[in-house]
Design a binder for this molecule. Structure first.
Ligand SMILES: Cc1cc2nc3c(=O)[nH]c(=O)nc-3n(C[C@H](O)[C@H](O)[C@H](O)COP(=O)(O)OP(=O)(O)OC[C@H]3O[C@@H](n4cnc5c(N)ncnc54)[C@H](O)[C@@H]3O)c2cc1C
Length: 444
């Protein structure tokens, strides 16, 4: 069986950026045999939130490479150059490309590592591989399943887990997980397409996704009635003013990591309004204008139910009933909806479930400055986390802000973990349930 130097779980921006960083190291003479496993059938970046009007909320210069290496061929500028759009983009005079275009850029970068990534397999388990009886753990056995249920196993010396966020479903809605009328914003376009006649729609949430979906539904030709439901008093703008934005600077990672735990938590709380439960000011202004125009026409198709708390959720044959408590008036009302969209954010803990068999070696899963999970002395593989280190590395961890620099740091830490000249075995692969041919990885 092939023993990879590294297996990366997920092939979103974080692991694409890592593949690029490792490609640079190869040019410097250090080869890392890296294989990435992605559950989607091909590359796609938040495809069910690929709304027509959506644009990036970060400068294009915080792409997969520029901050670490502006001379990389994987910069957004080189992508534009290769696509023959550089001059046109300059004339757009923006730092914020559309989400469609950034997705195309990410896909363009991902396509250059086709041989290092297997698509359509979801990793469901990582097992420790011991040397001899009761020996030390030197390898990891990564188990994945494809759409047909076939299981493939691969061995790796090291692992990087970059699996993004897991939809956050509020308690009251958990029991309705299998009801197609209730879904999370992460599957918005797909699930909405299954309900083309939904005439009354509720959106729960107060952040960017809730606001984007609200405007998307406003523009739909079948003109549904839409309620935007939130506990907050208003939609608040995300603060991207320059001094505040310094919390996303690369140096800030060192600063926050060096702080005691309570200070880190206080900093994340203080600057939470850069990212959580906030929306772009432009979008807020569009929503306000849309409400104003409704007033002029004397309509109330789109409603803003602020200071409303959901006190009850009931799935009835004729719709999802939400019992709403108006915190301003104390009034309670039960409304019926054909669809409920939960724009309620993401959790970042699912790596723990994936790595459960390794838990005895990994303590509380805390990471060092270079994103490596601490382990017991008898456990040798290095395991790195991307996107799950906000509490130790700050708010930039779940965003693109420092991705290019972070992956350079992980690449260096990885090379320290792999002794120079370590052999790369190359024999057949072992499939667990049904044998399956594994594509040979390129040297990334
Ligand atoms: C709608 C939306 C818009 C955003 N816009 C911005 C923005 O403008 N700027 C910004 O900085 N950030 C933005 N973000 C934040 C976002 O987290 C980052 O942009 C970026 O996607 C993080 O990359 P990632 O690779 O860590 O995670 P992801 O992009 O989530 O990628 C994780 C990948 O892992 C795969 N995966 C998950 N589990 C498994 C498994 N068990 N086995 C195999 N594969 C698996 C997933 O399919 C996915 O492809 C946005 C987020 C959303 C939801």
């Amino acid at each position: 069986m092939v023993i990879h130097d590294l297996i990366g779980i997920g092939f979103g921006p974080s692991n694409i950026a890592l593949a690029i960083a490792l490609d640079e190291k190869r040019r410097d003479g250090r080869r890392v045999d890296a294989m990435f496993i992605e559950k989607q059938a091909g590359f796609a970046w938040h495809k069910d939130m690929m709304l027509d009007q959506a644009h990036m909320q970060i400068s294009f210069m915080k792409d997969l490479a520029t901050l670490r290496n502006p001379t990389s061929r994987f910069t957004f500028i080189n992508y534009l150059h290769e696509k023959k759009r550089l001059q046109d983009f300059i004339n757009l005079k923006t730092f914020f490309p559309s989400r469609h275009e950034f997705n195309d850029y990410l896909g363009w970068a991902a396509s250059q590592f086709e041989d290092a990534c297997v698509y359509g397999e979801e990793v469901f388990e990582v097992l420790p591989e011991k040397e001899g009886h009761g020996g030390e753990v030197s390898l990891l056995r990564v188990r994945s399943r494809d759409g047909a249920g076939r299981v493939t196993e691969r061995l790796a010396r090291n692992l990087v887990v970059s699996i993004g966020g897991m939809p956050n479903i509020p308690d009251g809605f958990r029991a309705l997980r299998n009801d197609p009328r209730v879904f999370h914003s992460s599957s918005y376009l797909r699930d909405m397409a299954r309900l083309p006649d939904a005439a009354r729609i509720a959106i729960v949430g107060a952040g960017q996704s809730a606001a984007e979906i609200f405007m998307d539904l406003q523009g739909r030709p079948h003109a549904p009635q839409v309620d935007l439901i939130m506990r907050a008093r208003s939609i608040r703008p995300s603060d991207d003013s320059p001094f505040v934005n310094e919390v996303f600077n690369v140096e800030f990672t060192d600063y926050i990591y060096s702080q005691p735990e309570n200070e880190r938590a206080a900093l994340i709380d203080e600057f939470g309004h850069t990212n959580y439960a906030v929306a772009d000011l432009d979008l807020i202004q569009q929503i306000f204008k849309m409400f104003y125009e409704q007033k002029v026409r004397g309509e109330e198709r789109m409603r803003f139910l602020r200071r409303h708390e959901i006190r009850g959720v009931h799935a009835a044959a004729d719709g999802i009933q939400l019992t709403l408590h108006d915190q301003n008036t104390g009034h309670e009302d039960t409304l019926r909806y054909d669809a409920v969209v939960l724009a309620t954010g993401y959790g970042r803990e699912q790596h723990k479930a994936l790595l459960t068999p390794l838990a005895p070696y990994l303590g509380d899963f805390s990471v060092d400055r270079h994103y490596r999970v601490g382990s017991t002395p008898d456990f040798h593989p290095a395991i790195f986390l991307q996107g799950a280190c906000e509490s130790s590395h700050g708010l930039s961890d779940t965003l693109l802000s420092v991705t290019s620099v972070r992956t350079g740091e992980i690449g260096n830490a990885l090379l320290r973990a792999i002794p120079a000249g370590a052999p790369v075995a190359a024999t057949a692969v072992n499939a667990a349930n049904s044998p399956r041919h594994e594509r040979q990885p390129v040297q990334a």
